[in-house]
Write a protein of this length. Structure first.
Length: 308
C-alpha cells in the first residue's frame, strides 16, 4: 500500500480532521465532483438525470455517522423506507445500498437483521433490489451472517465482497449454494497484510479470478455479479469473458461510482453493456470522501485546485 494511500485512509478515521475539513468551502466544492448533493431530494434528482440523459440505473446510499443506540438505527431504517417509497412513487430505476453498522450491527445481529429484513421486504414489494455494503474486515463474518439470515426470506438481496481480502475466495464458495447476488469490489479500507493483499497487482489478479468464478456457467439460477470497479483493464477483460461465454445480461452488470471514470461509463452505455451508478448523499461524507481520495491520490490535486 502506498504511503499516500495509508495516510489518506488513516485520515478517514480521524475525528479531529473530520471536524475541521468539513467546514472549509473548498473541501465541500471538491466533494461535489463525487456527490451531487447532501439531501435525499438532490440524490433522487441526480438519479433521474442519470436515467434520462445517460440511460443508466442507479444505486442510492445515505452516508451516516456511527451509531450508539437502537433508536438511531430505527431512524436510519425509517429514512431508507422513505427512500424506497419515493423511488417507487416516481418510478425510478434505482436500487438502495446500506451499511449494516448503520442498521445497528454493533448493537447486536438480531436487531440489525430485523431492520434489514424490513428494508428488503419493502424493496421486494416495490420490485426493486437491496444491496449491503461491506465495511472493514472486522465486520465480514457478522455481515455475511446477517445476509444469510435475511436472504432466505427475501431473495432480492445482494452483498458486497472485497477482492483484497485473503478470505474472499472461500466466502464466495460458501455463498454460492444460496444463489447470491454479489457486488465484487477491490476494497476501500485500511487492512493489515495478514488480512488483505498489500500489493495492488495481487488484488487485481484476485478480482479477475473471483469474477471469473462468479460468471461461470452452471451456477445456481439467480446468481448475479455486480462488477464494481472503474478499472478499464478489468472491465474490458470481463466484457470479453461474458461475450465468449454468451452470458445473459440478467447474470451481471457493471457498477461504478458517480463522477468516476465518466468516459468509461459512457463507453459501456454506447456498447449496450448493463451499467448502474452508485450515488451517495448525506451530511456525513468525510470518511467516504477520504476513501475516494485514497483510491486515486491524484484527486488531492483537485482539492488543492479548489482551494485556489
Ligand atoms: P482502481 O483503484 O485500480 O482504479 C482503477 C482506475 O479507476 C484508476 O486508475 C482511476 O483512473 C479510476 N479511479 C478509481 N477510483 C477513483 C477515484 N476515487 N477518483 C478518480 N478516479 C478513480 N468498497 C468497499 O470496501 N465496500 C463497499 O461496499 C464498496 N462499494 C462499492 C460500490 C461500487 C459500485 C463501487 C464501484 C465501488 C465500491 N467500493 C466499495 C470501493 C472499491 O472497494 C474501490 O475502493 C474503488 O472502486 C476503487 O477501485 P477500482 O476497482 O475502481 O480500481
Amino acid at each position: 500500500m502506498s504511503i499516500m494511500r495509508s495516510v489518506l485512509l488513516a485520515g478517514a478515521e480521524s475525528v479531529w480532521l473530520r471536524e475541521r475539513a468539513m467546514r472549509y468551502p473548498f473541501v465541500r466544492r471538491s466533494v461535489s465532483r463525487f456527490m451531487p448533493g447532501e439531501s435525499m431530494t438532490e440524490a433522487l434528482e441526480a438519479c433521474r438525470r442519470q436515467q434520462a440523459e445517460r440511460g443508466t440505473g442507479a444505486i442510492l446510499t445515505h452516508l451516516g455517522e456511527n451509531l450508539e443506540t437502537l433508536e438511531e438505527a430505527d431512524a436510519v431504517t425509517r429514512h431508507y423506507l422513505e427512500l424506497l417509497d419515493r423511488i417507487e412513487a416516481v418510478r425510478l430505476d434505482a436500487q438502495v445500498s446500506v451499511k449494516l453498522t448503520q442498521l445497528g450491527l454493533d448493537l447486536g445481529r438480531d436487531a440489525c437483521s430485523e431492520h434489514l429484513a424490513e428494508l428488503a421486504a419493502r424493496a421486494q414489494a416495490h420490485g426493486t433490489f437491496l444491496w449491503i455494503d461491506m465495511e472493514s474486515s472486522k465486520y465480514v463474518d457478522a455481515t455475511l451472517d446477517v445476509y444469510r439470515r435475511v436472504k432466505v426470506r427475501t431473495p432480492r438481496l445482494g452483498v458486497c465482497l472485497q477482492a483484497y481480502l485473503h478470505r474472499t475466495a472461500a466466502d464466495v464458495e460458501s455463498l454460492l449454494p444460496l444463489a447470491p447476488a454479489i457486488r465484487l469490489v477491490k476494497g476501500a479500507y485500511r487492512e493489515p497484510p495478514d488480512v488483505a493483499f498489500p500489493k495492488k497487482a495481487d488484488v487485481d489478479e484476485n478480482y479477475l479470478r473471483l469474477a471469473e468464478r462468479l460468471l461461470r456457467p452452471g451456477l445456481p439460477p439467480g446468481t448475479f455479479l455486480g462488477i464494481g470497479t472503474h478499472d478499464e483493464r478489468i472491465v474490458t477483460r470481463l466484457q470479453a469473458l461474458v461475450t465468449e461465454r454468451r452470458l445473459n445480461a440478467d447474470a451481471f452488470e457493471f457498477e461504478m461510482l458517480y463522477g468516476i471514470q465518466r468516459q468509461l461509463q459512457a463507453r459501456l452505455v454506447r456498447e449496450g453493456a448493463p451499467l448502474r451508478v452508485l450515488i451517495s448523499y448525506g451530511e456525513f461524507w468525510f470518511p467516504w470522501y477520504m476513501r475516494r481520495l485514497a483510491e486515486r491520490p491524484a484527486n488531492v490535486l483537485f482539492v488543492l485546485k479548489s482551494m485556489l
